[in-house]
Design a protein around this ligand. Structure first.
Ligand SMILES: O=c1ccn([C@@H]2O[C@H](COP(=O)(O)O)[C@@H](O)[C@H]2O)c(=O)[nH]1
Length: 233
């Protein structure tokens, strides 16, 4: 099941390597987010690639277009398979990200999937309306950003599984959806708001699910991942 992305949300390379050892041989993507990247840096990403992992670099870039272009250029040179930018940065920012990618693509650096973050899966309608200042439903806000990401030329979006059917219906099945907010039955929701089980998420038609704590905080991470895969089969 190469469509499961495990979130390596750890404070050190040692901790992340310990999980990698426990999950050895199970085909899945590895996601490096800001906690691990800021601690272990690009060299950790390069080592993951050397070991043959598919890598999603989840740094959610959001800055002026020129800065994002430079960031996207540097990320592409790391050889990652997927990275993301906030769609809230606007169409021009996303277009510049793609320019940064194009300028870094060589025969040894393949083009990564570039994915736009719509609304974080921790965001509920109250946060959206009263704190972020966007009126209406979360679903509409997600769809708005998904259309914007598509118009900028991005490959897909990060959204919750709840929005996948509408995204695929409106934008097309080949527009990639990457969905965190995954909680196997009975697991702690924590700070997430818009959640589904792994099976429900794939039933909605998502391309990739992202799972962190239900695996990493488990007493037996390998068993936790194997249980998820078994449920999906
Ligand atoms: O909208 C988003 C975007 C990214 N994430 C990231 O996914 C994982 C989820 O971890 P869990 O422990 O399974 O909650 C985490 O790394 C987030 O930074 C997200 O949750 N929602």
């Amino acid at each position: 099941m190469g469509r499961i992305i495990v979130a390596l949300d750890y404070e050190s390379a040692e901790d992340a390597n310990s999980l990698l050892a426990q999950l050895k041989g199970i085909p899945c993507y590895m996601k490096v987010g800001m906690q691990l990247f800021y601690a272990a840096g690009p060299s950790f990403v390069l080592k993951l690639k050397e070991q043959g992992y598919k890598v999603f670099l989840d740094l959610k870039m959001h800055d002026i277009p020129n800065t994002v272009k430079g960031g996207a250029n540097s990320i592409t040179k790391l050889g990652v398979d997927m990275f993301n930018v906030h769609a809230a940065g606007g169409k021009k920012m996303m277009e510049y990200a793609l320019e940064g990618v194009d300028q870094a693509v060589t025969s040894s650096n393949e083009k990564p999937l570039v994915i736009g973050v719509t609304q974080l899966t921790s965001t509920n309608v109250t946060t959206l309306n009263e704190e972020i200042g966007i009126a209406g439903t979360v679903e509409d806000a997600v769809l708005h950003y998904a259309h914007l990401a598509k118009s900028a030329g991005l490959d897909g979006v990060v959204a919750s599984p709840l929005e996948v059917t509408n995204i695929k219906d409106q934008i097309g099945t080949d527009f990639v959806t990457v969905t965190p907010g995954i909680r196997p039955q009975g697991s702690n929701i924590g700070d997430q708001s818009r959640v589904m089980t792994p099976k429900e998420a794939f039933n909605q038609g998502t391309d990739y699910i992202v799972i962190g704590r239900p695996i990493t905080a488990s007493d037996d991470p390998r068993k936790a991942l194997e249980n998820i895969i078994e449920e999906l089969n």
